[in-house]
Each structure stands twice: as C-alpha cells, then as structure tokens.
Design a protein around this ligand. Structure first.
Ligand SMILES: NC(=O)c1ccc[n+]([C@@H]2O[C@H](COP(=O)([O-])OP(=O)(O)OC[C@H]3O[C@@H](n4cnc5c(N)ncnc54)[C@H](OP(=O)(O)O)[C@@H]3O)[C@@H](O)[C@H]2O)c1
Length: 339
C-alpha cells in the first residue's frame, strides 16, 4: 500500500461504508463456503444458516474443523442442516477427492463461495510444488470451481435458477500489478512460484496481491465463458479483523495493527459483504463485477489494459493446462462448458 492517495481513498471508503446485512429465504437451496471455520467465512456461514438453506456445506481444511464449526453454527443459530466437507486447497489431490465426493452427494449447488485463503511472509512450497499463497489462494480455488461446474450448471438448468459463484478477493488488487518480469516470462505461473522470483519483498508484499489479482481474472474468464444463468462475482470484504494476518510480522504487522485500530470491520461486518455478493442485486447487474464496498467497481487499469487482458488469457491457458494434468475431468469440463 505504497501509494498514499490510493490508501487514503481506501480508508475513506471503508469508513464511509456501513455494511448492511442482506437476508433472503434460501429454502430448498444448497450453499457451500470454504474457509468456514474462521474469520469472515465462519461469520458468513452463520448468516447463511439463518436463511434456512436445504443444505449448507461447511468446507474446512479438515473434517474436525468443519465439525467444530458446525457445532458452533448449530449452537448459535439452531440450524440443523449443515454438513462438513474437508478440502485442502494446497493439495490438488484433496481438491480432486472433494469433487468426486461432491459429485456423489450433491444434487444441486446454488451458491458457491470461495473464501479460504492465507497470507504469509514465508516462501513455502506445497506438496504439489507450488508457492503456498499461489496455490491456496489462486490455483486451488480455480480448480475447485472448475471441478464443481457440472453440478453448478446442472442446478441452474434443472431448477431454472441462477447460481452464483462468489470469489473473495481484496482491495489490494488496486495497489499493485503482477511484476513485469513475471508477465514477460514464458510461463507466468511457474515464474510466480519460483524461488528466484519470490524474494522476501515479493512474498512479504506482492504475492498476496498477485494471488487476489488471479481471483479477479478467474471471475473474468468464468463470466466470459459460462452461460448467463451462472453469475460469477468477485468481492472485497473490506479490511477486517480476522486470523488472516497471524503469520505476518515486523513493520507490516505494526502497520496492520494501526489499521485494525483505525478502520477495521469485525469479521462479522466483513461477512456481510460476502452475503451481499451471494444474494443481493439483480443478477445481470452483479454478473462479472468486482464488488468493492458493496458496489460494482471498475477493475484497475493494469487489468483492463491490453497487456492485462493478454496476461489474463495466458494465465488462464496455463491454469487449464496444469489442471488438465492434475485431474482428467478438467479436459472434458473445458470442452463442454468453457469453450
Ligand atoms: N481479513 C481481511 O482484512 C481481508 C481483506 C480482504 C480480503 N480478505 C479475504 O477474506 C477471505 C477470508 O479471510 P479471513 O480474513 O477470514 O482469514 P482467516 O480468518 O485466516 O480465514 C481463512 C480461512 O481459510 C482457510 N484456509 C487456509 N488455508 C487453507 C487451505 N490450504 N485449504 C483450505 N482452507 C484453507 C483457513 O483455515 P484454517 O483455519 O485451517 O487455517 C480459514 O478457515 C480470504 O480470501 C482473504 O483473502 C480478508
């Protein structure tokens, strides 16, 4: 957040926005949310529970965490139809197994919220060999959404409804772009993940931002390729107090602490912005947008430029190539739904 003007705009908009809670009757619908055991995701899951969905799929890194979250949701809301599912976004096998399980057990999926993410200042590779924030925040959610598309599309068609795919991004996409050396490299994803590229500064400052830019690129691609009865939407939950920055130390941690004291929403307030993206507004107005402080906001110039569009196309193709190697179903899904 080095640009003081952008930072001032961001803090002003946060201070001026008092998020109201959208409430809708979700009877008969199936809602799924990742990262539902903590912070904004847990609060959003509780709000969904008060709206009586037929099924609320509480997705966490382990069944134990999901079950503990459900126990608390039940205790606080009285809702009885929450179901646990385990998903480690840093492990492609886990995402594949999740999809297999979902295909067996889910008759429909009306609202999918990709909320889980991490922020860290350490360069750590996942078991699949990708830098952790790149995989957990960007690659994992993209593969997860793609593998669930057959269920989501079937839901919209068979039940004549519009399904929403909600991706939790961040205001940070306005603060920086992916670095030029990565954009110019032969394989952007491999460069973003490489030790040489991931200096302490990249991991400490840029990587989280890059991972969220990739979230918005995913929404752009889904919007361009999927039929109108699927509404992909990205949102920022604002700056919230949560466990997200627990691994961040030093000067950055102090800066965030000051921001928490001055402008932060609680996780519950932040979760209202997820509910807004999942439920509010007319579908045709929400589709493909980035909701920043509850309103569709134009994406940053670096994403809208010719180079930004080329980068988005290249990253998308690299992702599809990678995912096709990871899971055989991806090729068929691409041919059937994403051409
Ligand atoms: N807090 C903010 O100010 C802020 C601002 C803008 C955007 N966001 C976005 O809001 C979303 C929610 O973040 P939060 O602030 O609520 O943070 P949080 O409290 O740390 O919650 C993050 C959730 O993601 C889960 N997660 C982490 N790694 C995972 C993995 N490998 N596989 C599956 N799940 C994993 C966590 O599970 P564990 O409990 O097992 O770690 C946790 O449930 C994120 O997308 C974040 O980028 C937050």
């Amino acid at each position: 957040m080095s640009n003081p003007n952008l930072y001032a705009t961001f803090t002003d908009r946060q201070k001026q926005t008092s998020p109201s809670l959208v409430h809708e009757d979700l009877t008969g619908k199936t809602v799924m949310i990742t990262g539902a055991n903590s912070g904004i995701g847990f609060e959003a899951a509780k709000h969904f529970a008060t709206m009586n969905p037929a099924r609320l799929i509480v997705v966490c890194r382990s069944m134990e965490k999901a079950q503990a979250s459900i126990t608390q949701i039940e205790a606080e809301t009285g809702y009885k139809n929450a179901e646990p599912m385990a998903l480690d976004l840093g492990d492609f096998n886990s995402i594949s197994e999740f999809a297999t399980q979902a295909n067996k057990t889910l008759e429909r999926l009306d609202i999918l919220v990709e909320n889980a993410a991490i922020a860290t200042t350490e360069y750590v590779l996942t078991r699949d060999g990708w830098e952790t924030m790149l995989q957990v925040n960007s690659l994992g959610p993209a593969l997860h959404v793609i593998l669930l598309l057959p269920i989501i599309l079937r839901t919209a068609k068979q039940h004549s409804v519009v399904s929403r795919v909600v991706i939790v991004s961040s205001e940070v996409i306005f603060f920086a772009n992916i670095r030029p050396e990565a954009i110019a490299s032969p394989n952007i994803l491999e460069t973003l993940s490489s030790k040489e590229y991931c200096t302490a500064e990249v991991i400490g400052e840029s990587r989280y931002t890059e991972s969220k830019i990739l979230n918005n690129m995913l929404v752009n691609k889904l919007t361009a390729l999927l039929p109108l009865n699927i509404v992909p939407v990205a949102l920022s939950p604002g700056f919230c107090i949560s466990g997200l920055r627990r691994n961040i130390q030093g000067e950055a941690a102090e800066r965030y602490k000051r921001m928490e004291d001055q402008i932060a929403y609680t996780s519950e307030e932040g979760s209202r912005l997820i509910l807004h993206a999942a439920l509010a507004g007319r579908n045709e107005e929400i589709r493909g947008t980035f909701l920043s402080y509850l309103k569709p906001h134009e994406l940053p110039d670096h994403m809208l430029s010719e180079e930004g569009k080329r980068t988005e196309d290249k990253i998308w193709n690299e992702m599809l190539e990678l995912f096709s190697q990871v899971d055989d179903r991806v090729r068929d899904i691409v041919v059937e739904y994403l051409k």
